[in-house]
Design a protein around this ligand. Structure first.
Ligand code: 5AD
Ligand code: SF4
Length: 462
């Protein structure tokens, strides 16, 4: 096309100019992964990611529905975006606004009713249709896509280009499993993410190889129930997550593996053996238990007791003594008494966590817990949460301090906040602050810890 052509056809020129997409991510690591895959799909369609919402032609809020007022937060953000969209329109720019993720799935067209600024609503199972949906929205239609798609979205989502992988750094997430069939009575996931699906071995291995070729050194396998992953392995044999980890550990360049989040019921023998036999599998395990009271565990439909959990950890620690435990707790589930809470405190003391997350129970519409009797008063929840968090903070600090004087490998991830510093990651997920002369991003260096902050370590090479 010559210059004259462009000048005489301004509409076409506008059509081919690069559009910018701004994605805001709420919630869990799977949403972080999903946001990247949505960006990849849109980049393949000519969009460029931007960090400046004011410049965006397409704004996507990738939302979370797991706890308190998640939906309300999205609606108030949409209020701000409405003003922005109006300002952009006044300057002659069109801004398409979309809501994706778990609130999109849970609320559906309700979002269009409550927030007319929204042009498209897309649930987590249909991200591969996003480019087509955006085109429809651009043509002036309101679009809602919240089916559980029949086709495999992972097969249809384009892989990121190598340069994009490189820009994203030396650690990456990789979703291997999605959804959940366990139906814990507090949890919205089976309704927002649908029933459990496992991605096939070949698809996962190909994606991991691609990431490794793009310079990724550490992969965290993701799933709402990641250790329920299963698939057909070599020779048609049924594989679990343990076998998959053994396979991924063979990929050249991939030095570190992690996985999250696990359910205690799905820690099988091979997975425990992987912790024993695979140096690449990092000694850190996020294994939520939610409560230390058997009565509450039963009401939560967890299908295990506090003792099952403690014995499981003992088995894992027997084969991997340096493993650090992490967990999730829900405080104030309906019917929780002082004695139940004390049982949780006792379990935490018995386990000794390196890190843990605790939340006040928040009734999720449509879950069995929301309809249970004897909801716990907010004031009581606050008190119990404070008590538990004080204990967990104490354990975190004890764990961090216990690293001082230790030698360990650190994976260098990024420049430090202060000039001359570089930040690595310990096997236990702690930031390790080093002098930048120690190595380059992507290097794994042997260091000795000199001192520690609350969660970060200061170290020098050995
Ligand atoms: N209320 C409070 N916390 C919840 N979680 C899940 N559902 C709820 C809820 N309704 C917590 C659990 C889970 C983590 C991701 O969020 O601890 O492991
Ligand atoms: Fe939130 Fe759960 Fe959805 Fe992740 S899967 S975004 S934690 S509701």
């Amino acid at each position: 096309m010559d210059l004259n052509d462009t000048l005489t056809r301004p509409d076409d020129a506008a059509e081919t100019k690069t559009r910018k997409v701004f994605v805001k991510t709420y919630g869990c690591q799977m949403n972080v992964y999903d946001s990247q895959r949505m960006s990849d799909a849109l980049m393949a369609d000519g969009y460029q990611p931007t960090d400046a919402i004011e410049d965006a032609d397409l704004v996507l809020l990738n939302t979370c529905h797991i706890r308190e007022r998640a939906a309300e937060k999205v609606y108030s953000e949409l209020g701000r975006i409405r003003d922005l969209k109006r300002d952009r329109a006044a300057q002659g720019h069109e801004m398409v606004v979309g809501v994706t993720g778990c609130v999109a799935q849970a609320e559906g067209d309700e979002i269009l009713r409550r927030a007319p600024v929204v042009d498209l609503v897309v649930g987590p199972q249909t991200y591969h249709r996003l480019p087509a949906v955006v085109k429809k929205a651009r043509a002036g239609h309101k679009v809602v896509e919240t089916d559980y798609a029949l086709e495999d979205k992972f097969e249809h989502l384009p892989q990121p280009q190598k340069t994009v992988v490189r820009n994203r750094g030396v650690t990456a997430f990789l979703t291997v499993q999605e959804g959940c069939d366990k139906f814990c009575t507090f949890c919205v996931v089976p309704y927002t993410r649908g029933s459990e699906i496992s991605r096939p071995v070949a698809q996962i291995v190909a994606e991991a190889e691609r990431l490794a070729e793009g310079g990724v050194r550490e992969i965290t396998l993701l799933g709402q129930n990641v250790n329920a992953w299963h698939g057909e392995g070599v020779g048609g044999r049924e594989w679990g997550l343990g076998e998959l980890l053994f396979r991924l550990a063979e990929i050249p360049g991939l030095e570190r593996l992690r996985y999250t989040t696990s359910h205690p019921r799905d820690m099988d023998d091979t997975l425990i053996a992987a912790h024993r036999d695979l140096p690449a599998l990092m000694p850190y395990l996020h294994l939520p238990v939610q409560s230390g009271s058997d009565r509450i565990l039963k009401a939560m439909n967890r299908k295990h007791t506090a003792d099952d959990y403690l014995r499981l950890i003992e088995r894992i620690r027997n084969v991997r003594p340096d493993i650090a435990m992490s967990g999730d707790f829900i405080i104030g589930f309906p019917g929780e008494s002082d004695a139940d809470h004390e049982a949780t405190m006792k379990l935490v003391r018995d386990v000794g966590y390196a890190q843990a997350f605790s939340f006040k129970y928040s009734p999720r519409p449509g879950t069995p817990g929301a309809d249970m009797k004897f909801h716990v008063e907010e004031r009581v929840k606050d008190e119990r949460l404070q008590e538990l968090q004080a204990l967990l903070t104490n354990q975190l600090e004890t764990f961090t301090q216990s690293r001082v004087g230790m030698e360990m490998d650190a994976l260098i991830e990024k420049p430090g906040r202060q000039a001359g510093q570089i930040v690595g990651r310990s096997p236990w997920l702690q930031p390790v602050i080093l002098d930048e002369s120690v190595g380059r991003i992507g290097d794994i260096v042997r260091v000795k810890v000199l001192s520690a902050g609350r969660n970060s370590l200061f170290a020098e090479p050995v």
